[in-house]
Ligand binder design. Structure first.
Ligand SMILES: [Cu+2]
Length: 308
């Protein structure tokens, strides 16, 4: 009984440690969310790493503040407890020195965080020197992608299979539908190691184009063109969703980005162009000369003769 109890405790400890370590383990895996993932994913682009770095810096500053404040409280409560004869100072009103200190320290910390955050934000909006542009248009309820200057465009909507499962009323399982509601019919194929500019708009209501692994979300607003950019470092499939409540099927307009090496992208683009090109026009025979109308009587006589 006792041995079993210990075994159970060990299992609990192991599970607890695994849960605590999972965010660390998650860093080494794909950009898809993991079970028990606690931290945000660093993503696969320059901008997503920027966001991750800013987040981690703020997190560690918060951890340090938390440790100091709760540590000071613990020391104060332990050392100056009533049972040790501590007597409250009833005449204390304020301490100018302390007030200056607890104003200056947060200001310094905020400036420390704001300086790198500002440079990262400026970087985020700098779409200069991009090598290609993709226009993204949000519709109720799908996305349209246009590779500007290439003559390639298509729409991307929820995959039929997800849609069928959704409407069947059967509860989907991870085993059978691992990417339930996160698959599309036509994926957005992009090259890696390329600065890609996006121009983002919408045709009906406000949507928002969001792929977490790329590090940003951008509103798609009718009549307004928003800009964003990316440079994907790792080939892979990156999933996202519309991030602006846009109507009854808002939850059913996923995004799938497939990042491939440059050469593979060029092959894909050439195939798309070939498919989109109009079929070669066959030379048509010259229209026949209009024949003078024959007398109906003669015609019917001929028909009767032929039949007889
Ligand atoms: Cu939407």
């Amino acid at each position: 009984m006792k041995a079993g109890c210990f075994k159970g405790q060990h299992k609990q400890w192991a599970a607890g440690l695994a849960a605590m370590a999972s965010p660390v383990l998650a860093f080494a895996q794909s950009a898809d969310p993991e079970r028990w993932q606690l931290n945000m994913h660093p993503g696969v682009t320059h901008l997503s790493h920027n966001a991750y770095d800013a987040h981690m810096m703020a997190l560690w500053i918060c951890v340090a503040i938390g440790a100091l404040v709760f540590g000071a409280m613990a020391v104060a409560m332990f050392r100056f407890r009533k049972s040790r004869g501590a007597v409250p100072d009833r005449d204390f009103t304020h301490s100018t020195k302390l007030e200056i200190l607890w104003t200056v320290i947060p200001v310094v910390l905020l400036v420390l965080m704001a300086a790198p955050a500002t440079s990262k934000l400026i970087d985020m909006y700098d779409t200069r020197a991009s090598e290609m542009t993709v226009k993204v248009t949000g519709y109720q309820w799908m996305w349209k992608y246009e590779y500007l200057g290439e003559g390639v465009e298509f729409t991307s909507r929820l995959a039929r299979k997800s849609d069928a499962v959704r409407q069947s009323g059967i509860e989907p399982t991870m085993a059978e539908n691992p990417n339930y509601l996160l698959d599309v019919d036509n994926v957005l194929v992009l090259p890696t190691d390329t600065k890609i500019r996006f121009v983002i708009t919408a045709d009906d209501v406000i949507h928002a184009w969001w792929v977490p692994a790329l590090g940003w979300k951008q509103d798609a607003i009718p009549g307004i063109i928003n800009e964003a950019w990316t440079d994907i470092s790792t080939p892979g499939i990156y999933r996202g969703q519309c991030a602006e409540l846009c109507g009854k099927d808002h939850g059913f307009m996923p995004i799938v980005v497939k990042a491939v090496p440059k050469a593979e992208y060029q092959q894909w683009l050439a195939a798309q162009k070939a498919a989109a090109a109009p079929a070669p026009v066959e030379p048509q025979p010259a229209p026949a000369e209009p024949q003078p109308e024959a007398a109906p009587a003669a015609d019917s006589t001929a028909a009767v003769a032929a039949a007889g």
